[in-house]
Design a protein around this ligand. Structure first.
Ligand SMILES: NC(=O)c1ccc[n+]([C@@H]2O[C@H](COP(=O)([O-])OP(=O)(O)OC[C@H]3O[C@@H](n4cnc5c(N)ncnc54)[C@H](O)[C@@H]3O)[C@@H](O)[C@H]2O)c1
Length: 318
């Protein structure tokens, strides 16, 4: 298949690109490098440096006639979405809608959309939250990510565009940006390795569902052919508190550094985990990498990056 991965120079997108190439597909990456990095790019993929909002994206669709589009490009910073919801909507809603329109116009068979399960259910009524849990985001990011889900379903009805919507939990692993605002695993490891005190917002007892990036890439690979017309949570169903996560990381990188506790931040839920029985039943997917193993591999990756004093985003991840 000819596959376009938007956001393919980013953390998750680059792993999806690797998985698609390894499976023998032809892959294009469209990314404006706003939070992605050239170092993440798989040399086997064709790279187009472009904003999804740029009108020239149409020429790429017209020329290449992709079979499938994996839409990962997004504004992912929850705090930024609270501070500037219009910017967040421009990228995540209008940018995404532009991509969908081009899919419909240029005969793309299917779109796989990287949505979020961590940021759309709001304060959970029950845990783990299933896909039919009420949608009540606490931040503009969750609203914009969910909004595109509606457009995707509409485009499926109007134009027969096939889709799978994957609602990710908290994804972690190699290549996540340790300097970003999202991605507590990478931020903790990056700070501990460089000897800076990590911040924990709130009392640290808030929980998240951490899913390893290789498992997420595998879900994307299965969705190339499976999970049609489905919305599927991609997580582990397991809650881990931020304090517990910190202790687990400390076991791998001993440090006398004590985290600094700061006031909780707006727009963040206090507990979340995702029920993934539907992905197991309809996609044949369930997570394979337990948190301790995934953390060990992630620490190993960042140690290598740190020691080689390269940029924090070298490609290797094994
Ligand atoms: N990381 C998570 O835990 C998580 C959880 C749920 C959903 N997601 C979704 O997964 C996707 C990838 O997230 P990530 O964590 O890899 O983030 P990331 O920031 O590493 O990747 C996003 C990529 O999109 C690119 N991009 C951003 N705006 C763009 C634009 N206007 N035009 C072209 N490219 C643009 C960035 O340069 C970057 O390479 C996003 O859609 C995000 O909403 C991530």
């Amino acid at each position: 298949m000819k596959i376009l991965v938007t956001g393919g120079a980013g953390f998750i997108g680059s792993h999806v690109v690797d998985a698609c190439l390894a499976a023998g597909h032809q892959v294009w990456v469209l990314d404006n490098l706003s939070s992605g990095h050239r170092e993440n790019l798989n040399p086997g993929a064709e790279f187009v440096q472009m904003d999804i909002l740029d009108s020239a994206v149409e020429q790429v669709f017209k020329r290449e006639r992709f079979n499938l589009v994996s839409h990962h490009a997004a504004q992912i910073d929850v705090r930024k979405s609270v501070a500037d919801p219009a910017f967040d909507a421009r990228v995540n809603v209008l940018g995404g809608l532009g991509i969908l329109s081009l899919c419909a116009r240029y005969g793309v068979r299917k779109v796989i959309y990287a949505s979020t399960g961590g940021a759309i259910y709001g304060i959970p009524r029950e845990l783990p939250a299933g896909e039919d849990h009420p949608i009540r985001p606490l931040a503009a990011y969750g609203v914009s990510k969910h909004c595109l889900e509606h457009y995707i379903e509409l485009f499926s009805d109007l134009y027969g565009l096939e889709y799978t919507i994957l609602r990710y939990a908290n994804v972690y692993g190699p290549r996540q940006d340790p300097h970003g605002e999202a991605g507590v695993v990478a931020i903790f490891i990056g700070r501990i390795l460089s000897g800076t005190v990590p911040a924990i917002y709130g009392d640290g007892e808030q929980t998240r569902d951490y899913v390893y990036v290789a498992d997420v890439a595998r879900a994307n690979l299965l969705a190339l052919d499976g999970g049609n017309s489905q919305v599927l949570n991609i997580g582990t169903g397991v809650e881990t508190s931020v304090n517990e996560l910190y202790r687990k990381i400390l076991r791998r990188i001993p440090t006398p550094l004590e985290p600094r506790y700061s006031p909780p931040r707006d727009g963040e839920v206090s507990r979340i985990s995702l029920g993934c029985e539907k992905a197991s039943r309809l996609l044949g997917w369930s997570p394979e990498v337990p948190l301790d193993k995934g953390l060990a591999q992630t620490v190993e990756y960042f140690r290598e990056v740190h020691q080689s004093a390269l940029s924090p985003t070298i490609r290797s991840c094994e």
